[in-house]
Design a protein around this ligand. Structure first.
Ligand SMILES: Nc1ncnc2c1ncn2[C@@H]1O[C@H](COP(=O)(O)OP(=O)(O)OP(=O)(O)O)[C@@H](O)[C@H]1O
Ligand SMILES: [Mg+2]
Length: 280
């Protein structure tokens, strides 16, 4: 379990808090989406979860982040990174090798994964991401989206308990973005890996995430099950988050007293709602 209590952080040389009074609990096996406008503090929150803050970025730090009861403040960052695999927003800063295969081997060797497991982990993580054909390619020859997949494969090979991804689909086309989220769902459901994903595409989160944490100006302003958060579509709009059309439409119907039961969060649910309204 990840337990964040009353966390406030201000980067050194910065005038305002990047995080302010954050309280958040992420249970084992959760699939949590983090959303918010540019500069809301999403990446900073991911740094606080994986220990980059306070171990790499210094600043004023109040409150606590505990991973399975251990305060990240007292934890060795590399120990943390084995438990919480992170895919950073700036993929290039994450890449350490010049060839795809080496990028994945680097992590496996760094964490002293037994030699007889290495090839299996390497080939299966490439396969999971559908990039086995890129194994011997140079990183610099890859597209942004391919690099994102390599970064995810490298983390996956380490089999972390928690996967923390900061905008992992920003360079991907819609089809590949959905594929990544399908993979995340599978990792979550089949292997019980906790997924924490910062994502701007709310459609993806409403389809795949179970919980949402909405950030604005360093604070978490809404937090809970996706459907409960989506009930607040006007509040979301007011902080610059455009809800999927089906959400806005079903909220409007509910506001006008039409009995549709619950707010629809995806197209399938909207279809059921529409059929119900037509057929009575
Ligand atoms: N290294 C840093 N030093 C000083 N201030 C920073 C640093 N990184 C981020 N900030 C500031 O902290 C605040 C939160 O930034 P952060 O990158 O966490 O937001 P974000 O929600 O991830 O934005 P984006 O959607 O653009 O990725 C912003 O005001 C930003 O300018
Ligand atoms: Mg960010």
């Amino acid at each position: 379990m990840i337990k964040i209590e009353n966390l406030t952080f201000k980067y050194r040389n910065s005038k305002k808090n990047a995080l302010e009074n954050i309280d958040l609990i992420i249970e084992d096996g959760d699939f949590v989406g983090i959303i918010g406008k540019g500069g809301a503090g999403k990446s900073t929150l991911t740094y606080a979860i994986n220990g980059i803050i306070p171990h790499h970025y210094q600043g004023d730090y109040y409150g606590s982040v505990k991973i399975d009861g251990d305060d990240t403040f007292d934890k060795n960052p590399s120990e943390l990174s084995l438990k919480i695999g992170s895919v950073l927003q700036d993929i290039d800063s994450q890449m350490v090798s010049s060839v795809v295969e080496d990028e994945i081997l680097y992590g496996l060797e760094n964490f002293a994964i037994p030699k007889d497991e290495v090839e299996q982990r390497l080939s299966s993580s490439l396969k999971e991401l559908g990039i086995s054909s890129l194994r011997y390619r140079t990183i610099e020859s890859l597209s942004g989206g391919q690099k994102q997949k390599v970064a995810i494969a490298a983390i996956l090979a380490l089999r972390p308990k928690v996967l923390l991804l900061d905008e992992p689909t920003s360079e991907l086309d819609p089809k590949s973005s959905v594929q990544i989220f399908q993979l995340l769902r599978e990792l979550n459901k089949k292997h019980g890996i906790t997924i924490i994903v910062v994502e701007q595409k709310i459609m993806l989160l409403s389809e795949f995430a179970e919980k949402l944490a909405v950030m604005s100006e360093g604070k978490i302003v809404l937090n809970g099950k996706v459907r409960d958060v989506m009930k607040h579509s006007s509040e979301l709009e007011s902080i610059g988050i455009n809800c999927p059309r089906v959400v806005t439409l079903s909220n409007r119907l509910i506001d006008r007293g039409v009995d549709i039961g619950k707010v629809c969060i995806n197209l399938d649910e909207a279809e059921v709602m529409a059929r119900g309204l037509i057929h009575g």
